[in-house]
Design a protein around this ligand. Structure first.
Ligand SMILES: CC(C)(COP(=O)(O)OP(=O)(O)OC[C@H]1O[C@@H](n2cnc3c(N)ncnc32)[C@H](O)[C@@H]1OP(=O)(O)O)[C@@H](O)C(=O)NCCC(=O)NCCS
Length: 221
C-alpha cells in the first residue's frame, strides 16, 4: 500500500526551532513546535520521563492500548522513544498547555506495527521516511480528558503532516471499544475502514489522505 509521496523530492527536513512555515521553500529547517488554540506540541525530550511514567503505568489510560508498563521499563525505553525519522517529521511529541506549560500527554507519528506488538524503532531514525503506513495516536493524562484536547491535538498534528511533510496518508488503529478515541478520529476527519490487522491483533482501522484532509480542513486547518 502506498502511504507516502515520492520521497525523491526536495524535502530535506532538519530539526531546528525556527519559524519555518509551509511557505518556506523546500529544504528550509522545519519547525517541530506546533501551536494550536490551547496547546503546544513539541518533540518529546528526556525531561518528559515523569510524564511517560504517569501515562504508561496507569491501568485506566492503558485500558484499550495494551498492558500498563513499569517505571523501570519506561526509563529504559525512553532514549529510543526520543528517536525521530524523516528529518524529524515522525516521532513522538509532548502535548502541553500553551499558556501554563503543564504537560498533558503525548502524541505521535510513527510507522504502524502490523505483526509486532510495538513500533519497530529500527524503521525510525533513517534519513528518509520508512516504507510503512504512518500511524497517529495520543495519550492524555486523566485530568486532561473530556476537554477536547485529543481532538485539538490530532487536528494540529494532521495539519502538520499534510502541510509540512511529504506524507500522503495517515492511519490510526483503535480497540473497537475505545469510544473516546473513535470520536476523536471522526472529528479529526479520519474515515473509518473497519477491522484490520495491527499490533498483531484485530483492530478498527481509520485513514485520512492529504486530499481528504484538504477537502475538509484545507483553508482553516
Ligand atoms: C482517548 C483520549 C485521548 C480522548 O481524549 P479527550 O481529550 O478526552 O477527547 P476529546 O475531549 O477530544 O473528545 C472527543 C470526543 O469523544 C467524546 N468522548 C470522550 N470520552 C468519551 C468516552 N469515554 N466515551 C464516549 N465518548 C467520549 C467526547 O465527548 C468528544 O465528543 P464531543 O466533542 O462530540 O462531545 C483519552 O481518553 C485518553 O488518553 N485515553 C487513554 C489512551 C487512549 O486510549 N488513547 C487512544 C489510543 S488509540
Amino acid at each position: 500500500m502506498r502511504t507516502r509521496s515520492d520521497l525523491s523530492g526536495p524535502f530535506e527536513l532538519n530539526i531546528i526551532g525556527t519559524n519555518a512555515t509551509t511557505a518556506d521553500p523546500p529544504g528550509q529547517p522545519m519547525n517541530l513546535e506546533l501551536h494550536s488554540q490551547r496547546l503546544l506540541l513539541r518533540p518529546l525530550a528526556a525531561e518528559d520521563l515523569e510524564l511517560a511514567v504517569e501515562l504508561f503505568t496507569d491501568p485506566e489510560i492503558m485500558t484499550f492500548v495494551g498492558k500498563p508498563s513499569t517505571a523501570e521499563m519506561i526509563a529504559e525505553e525512553m532514549p529510543i522513544a526520543l528517536s525521530r525519522g524523516g528529518g524529524g517529521c515522525i516521532g513522538i511529541w509532548c502535548i502541553l498547555d500553551r499558556i501554563t506549560g503543564e504537560k498533558l500527554g503525548e502524541t505521535f507519528l510513527l510507522p504502524l506495527a502490523i505483526e509486532g506488538d510495538d513500533t519497530d524503532w529500527d524503521l525510525v531514525g533513517g534519513p528518509g521516511l520508512p516504507e510503512a503506513e504512518i500511524e497517529t495516536g495520543y495519550f492524555l493524562r486523566r485530568p486532561a480528558w473530556g476537554k477536547g484536547y485529543a481532538t485539538e491535538t490530532i487536528k494540529r498534528l494532521t495539519m502538520f503532516a499534510f502541510e509540512e511533510t511529504p506524507l500522503e496518508e495517515l492511519v490510526a488503529v483503535i480497540d473497537p471499544k475505545n469510544d473516546a478515541s473513535h470520536n476523536v478520529l471522526l472529528k479529526a476527519g479520519f474515515t473509518e475502514e473497519g477491522p484490520r490487522r495491527a499490533y498483531a491483533t484485530e483492530m478498527q482501522g481509520f485513514r485520512i489522505s492529504r486530499a481528504q484532509w484538504k477537502a475538509q480542513f484545507g483553508d482553516a486547518g
